[in-house]
Design a protein around this ligand. Structure first.
Ligand SMILES: [Fe+2]
Ligand SMILES: [Fe+2]
Length: 164
C-alpha cells in the first residue's frame, strides 16, 4: 500500500475510533443502569415471595406470588438486554443490602407496605431513566416493564388495604 493511502487509512481509523468512543462509554453507562435495575428487581422478587408467606389467605398470597414472578421476569429481560449490549450481569450488593435490611426491620404486614414503597421507587426509577436514555431498544424494554409496574401498584395496594 502506498504510504499516502496508508496515512489516509489510519486517519479513517482514528475518526472511527473517536466516533465510537462516546458510544462505548454510553453503552457502559447503560449496562451499569440496567444492572442496578436488575438487582432491585431480584431483591424485590425475593422479598415479595418471602412476605407472601405471612399472608393467611390463599387468594391474596397467590396475587403476591404472581407479582414476584413478574419481577423475576423483568430481571430476566434486563439480564438479556445487558448481555445483548455486551455486558455481564453483575448484581449490585448495594441495591440488595439497603432494601432488604430496611424492609426486614418492618413488623408484620408493614413489610408489605415497604414492598409497595420499593415497587413504587423502582417504577419512578424507570420513568426517570426513560427520559435520560437515548437507546430506543432499551427504552422499549423499560416501557414494557413500566406497564407491568403500573398493574403491580394496584395489586399491592389492594392486598395491603385488605390486610393492614
Ligand atoms: Fe418489576
Ligand atoms: Fe413491580
Amino acid at each position: 500500500m502506498a504510504p499516502e493511502a496508508q496515512a489516509k487509512k489510519k486517519s479513517i481509523a482514528e475518526i472511527l475510533k473517536s466516533l465510537f468512543m462516546p458510544y462505548l462509554s454510553e453503552t457502559d453507562e447503560l449496562i451499569k443502569i440496567l444492572n442496578e435495575d436488575y438487582s432491585k428487581e431480584m431483591a424485590l422478587a425475593h422479598m415479595i415471595d418471602e412476605h407472601a408467606e405471612i399472608i393467611p389467605f390463599d387468594f391474596l398470597r397467590e396475587k403476591l406470588k404472581k407479582v414476584a414472578e413478574e419481577e423475576r421476569k423483568h430481571a430476566e429481560k434486563l439480564k438479556q438486554k445487558i448481555t445483548e449490549l455486551g455486558g455481564t450481569v453483575n448484581p449490585s450488593p448495594k441495591a440488595y443490602a439497603i432494601k432488604t435490611s430496611s424492609i426486614h426491620n418492618e413488623k408484620g404486614f408493614r413489610k408489605l407496605v415497604a414492598d409497595l414503597e420499593f415497587d413504587k421507587e423502582i417504577y419512578e426509577d424507570y420513568i426517570a431513566q426513560m427520559n435520560r436514555i437515548g437507546n430506543e431498544d432499551v427504552k422499549k424494554l423499560l416501557r414494557e416493564i413500566v406497564e407491568d409496574e403500573m398493574k403491580h401498584k394496584d395489586i399491592l395496594m389492594d392486598v395491603v388495604m385488605r390486610l393492614c
